[in-house]
Design a protein around this ligand. Structure first.
Ligand SMILES: NC(=O)c1ccc[n+]([C@@H]2O[C@H](COP(=O)([O-])OP(=O)(O)OC[C@H]3O[C@@H](n4cnc5c(N)ncnc54)[C@H](OP(=O)(O)O)[C@@H]3O)[C@@H](O)[C@H]2O)c1
Length: 284
């Protein structure tokens, strides 16, 4: 299988996991075509189906990042997968979310997982990562005035490095047959409370950082009111934070080591690597 054209279309190819997936695929001798609305190898817009055929031409596998900051996209993804199948794609690795098989019905994660499972001509692998460490060093869960504001009820999460998610994805894309039907839940090596995360960041940058455990509704309403997320995305935020608040945040497992042969990155190591992102706050 797949001896002639080993080229992957990497959706979300310009950002966190996709850019790393593309780089590593090339290092492993495959072709990788990054796709996004801005700055990828090829223009790809979920909302502009005319961009899909060109992106799929000549590829035999896909790293699937579904539309971000949305909950309704199963129809768009199904249409794209139909096209992919017809264009000769034979494997899809889907970037889902931790606990994706229990996502609320309003969120199309389960629908996309089920769609993939029902396709005869395409094998698939599903990655369900924990909350990503990089959330703290970019605009997702930013450190503002040296405070991280997230509703958690003191709960913990086994934060995972995007680099490790990408490493797992690459293995599935390099050898689809070995990972056909696999479900991996990449996590970091330890479950940490957000107060512990704040302490680690503080120790790395040498100044106090704290966690503000805000009321969940206030936090979600504020995010919608500020335009950080659309109103219908509130259900996703409620689900994600609810898992942590109820003590059901992700727990460490050995999926990353099992698939890549290397242990997952610790939050300490991620924080040391990312210190400049937080130190620039002090400078700016
Ligand atoms: N953050 C977490 O903790 C976490 C945890 C588990 C799973 N996830 C999942 O990870 C996925 C995001 O992956 P990521 O973190 O690697 O990417 P990311 O850094 O969030 O970047 C999103 C990528 O998608 C592209 N994109 C956005 N809107 C698009 C559109 N309408 N059409 C085509 N491309 C579009 C962006 O490029 P352009 O803007 O240029 O198009 C960018 O390349 C989401 O599905 C999220 O649910 C996140």
């Amino acid at each position: 299988m797949m001896k002639s054209r080993q080229t992957a279309l990497v959706l979300g190819g310009t950002r966190r996991t996709g850019s790393l997936v593309a780089k590593r695929l090339v290092e492993r001798g495959l072709g990788a075509r990054t796709a996004s609305r801005h700055g990828g190898d090829v223009l790809f817009d979920w909302d502009a189906p005319t961009t899909h055929p060109g992106a799929l031409a000549g590829v035999d596998r896909v790293y699937l990042v579904t539309p971000v900051m949305r909950v309704t996209y199963a129809g768009q993804v199904a249409g794209f997968l139909d096209l992919a199948e017809a264009a000769g794609v034979r494997h899809v690795t889907y970037l889902s979310t931790y606990g994706g098989d229990q996502a609320p019905p309003e969120v199309d994660i389960r629908a996309v997982e089920a769609d993939l499972a029902g396709r005869g001509a395409i094998t698939h692998s599903i990655l369900r990562p924990a909350w990503v460490m990089q959330n703290f060093s970019d605009a997702h869960l930013p450190v503002v005035d040296w405070v991280i504001t997230v509703p958690t009820g003191g709960g913990a999460e086994a934060f995972v490095d995007a680099t490790d998610i990408a490493a797992v994805a690459v293995e599935t894309l390099v050898d689809p047959d070995a990972h056909a039907g696999a479900r991996y839940a990449p996590t970091g090596p330890e479950a940490l409370t957000f107060a512990e995360v704040a302490d680690i960041i503080a120790s790395v940058i040498g100044r106090p950082v704290t966690h503000h455990d805000i009321d969940r509704d206030v936090w979600i309403d504020g995010a919608v009111a500020a335009g950080f997320v659309p109103a219908d995305y509130a259900v996703m935020l409620r689900w994600l934070t609810g898992a942590i608040i109820s003590g059901n945040g992700s727990r460490p497992n050995d999926d990353i080591e099992k698939v890549t042969g290397r242990p997952p990155t610790t939050f300490h190591d991620f924080a040391r690597r990312s210190a400049d992102a937080w130190l620039s706050l002090a400078a700016g």
